[in-house]
Design a protein around this ligand. Structure first.
Ligand SMILES: [Fe+2]
Ligand SMILES: [Fe+2]
Length: 404
């Protein structure tokens, strides 16, 4: 196994010394480099390969945000992690568009090890260099302009509560993913991961959300309006909300409901990445689907060497979203790749996606049922295939209640 190279940048020699001592045991698996300035870091990255950069924020000459921005441009495949003082929330948030993960000082060796290892283990999801580079470079994803405007107005209204804000966020995958990225970052030192949007909003507070949404202009992409994206985005958002809602309806346990909702909402986020970054190739995917009469993931695999599922999983993994969500997103078309018992989040998303894509009347003759896209063998193995009729009935009821 080749060792990963992790580069630490901090202008305070004591911090670097502390890290060197605390992380010493990791030298079995990591090559660690310690430098005292952004300039020295850039020189080193130009000379030798680096897998992960962990940078301080406040540094003389060139601060951490500027450094990470340059890393994003020059070496997009390097995983970018911010390590800043716990009191410097504002400074850290400024780096949101360019950082994959956030840590706060002093950082325990175990936490740092987990974050770095997890980010690196994701690399296996995507073998194609080109696609991996594109995803690591992504700093923003589009939101629907009307939702963005609604959110800005809601944040300015002092009479609204966290649930009101969450209700808007939950309709938009890009905004939802970003808020969950921030709240789950090790920066906030939560002892558990959060996948409930309401909880994320009340934990972060209106001010932080405002900073995230406004100051960093993560979503300005959409606000500027991009005609070519608007229609696919609208379709994608309503599909996402439907899959989230139905995925949640498959459970009675509250926690599972919440995870399934978010995983369903975010399951096709890889499509958004492809639409934004490779619109012409997406057009080729559509043509191939028509010409070959094949599923989207099959055409994507052929054209990109990877599908929107792995792309989405990779992005959310880099952003540090809770594991069950990343796993569900990465495998929603091929759940059989993961061994599970009973009905889990991944299975719920796989089923909900199929139900939403194949609306059918309950009681329809079983032999005539369209099961393409549904992994029946996998459902058999889990021992849940017999529930298919119940789920179809549930989907019928859900659709009936959501129809205007
Ligand atoms: Fe999908
Ligand atoms: Fe889907």
């Amino acid at each position: 196994m080749t060792k990963k190279t992790v580069l630490f940048v901090d202008d305070d020699p004591h911090i670097l010394e502390g890290l060197r001592t605390r992380l010493h045991r990791l030298s079995r698996k990591w090559v660690m480099r310690f430098v005292g300035s952004s300039r020295a870091a850039l020189d080193l990255m130009a000379r030798e390969p680096v897998d992960v950069i962990v940078s301080d924020m406040r540094m003389p000459e060139m601060d951490g945000t500027t450094l990470l921005k340059l890393v994003q441009e020059r070496h997009p495949r390097i995983v970018r992690i911010v390590l800043s003082g716990h009191a410097e929330v504002e400074t850290a948030l400024r780096a949101i568009p360019v950082a994959h993960q956030f840590l706060s000082k002093p950082c325990e060796a175990g936490v740092l090890e987990n974050v770095v290892e997890r980010a690196c283990s994701l690399q296996g999801l995507i073998n194609e260099d080109v696609v991996r580079t594109i995803v690591s470079r992504i700093d923003r994803l589009p939101s629907l302009p009307q939702l963005y405007t609604q959110l800005v107005a809601a944040l300015a209204n002092e009479n609204l509560c966290a649930d009101d804000i969450a209700r808007i966020l939950k309709q938009d995958l890009a905004m939802c993913a970003k808020i969950l990225q921030i709240v789950n970052s090790a920066f906030f030192r939560l002892s558990r991961s959060i996948s409930r949007v309401e909880e994320a909003v009340s934990y972060l507070g209106f001010n932080t959300i405002k900073q995230i949404v406004l100051a960093v202009e993560i979503f300005s992409y959409s606000a500027a309006g991009n005609g070519r994206l608007e229609l696919p985005l609208q379709k994608l958002q309503s599909h996402a909300v439907a899959v989230g809602g139905l995925g949640a309806a498959l459970f009675s346990d509250k926690r599972k409901k919440e995870d399934a909702f978010v995983a369903g909402l975010l399951h096709d986020i890889g499509k958004l990445v492809l639409c934004v970054e490779l619109p012409d190739d997406v057009e080729r995917v559509t043509q191939e689907m028509r010409a070959e009469n094949c599923a989207m993931n099959v055409a994507e695999q052929h054209i990109f060497g990877v599908t929107h599922a792995e792309i989405g999983g990779y992005l959310l993994g880099l952003w540090g979203l809770p594991f069950p969500i990343v796993e569900a997103v990465a495998n929603h078309h091929t759940p059989g790749r993961v061994e599970h018992d009973g009905l889990g989040i991944l299975t719920a998303v796989h089923i909900a996606d199929w139900l939403v894509n194949h609306p059918q009347r309950n009681g329809e003759h079983e032999a005539g049922r369209q099961t393409s896209g549904l992994d029946l063998d996998y459902l058999e193995r889990l021992g849940v295939a017999a529930q298919l009729d119940t789920w179809i009935a549930l989907a019928d009821r859900e659709t009936a209640t959501t129809l205007p």
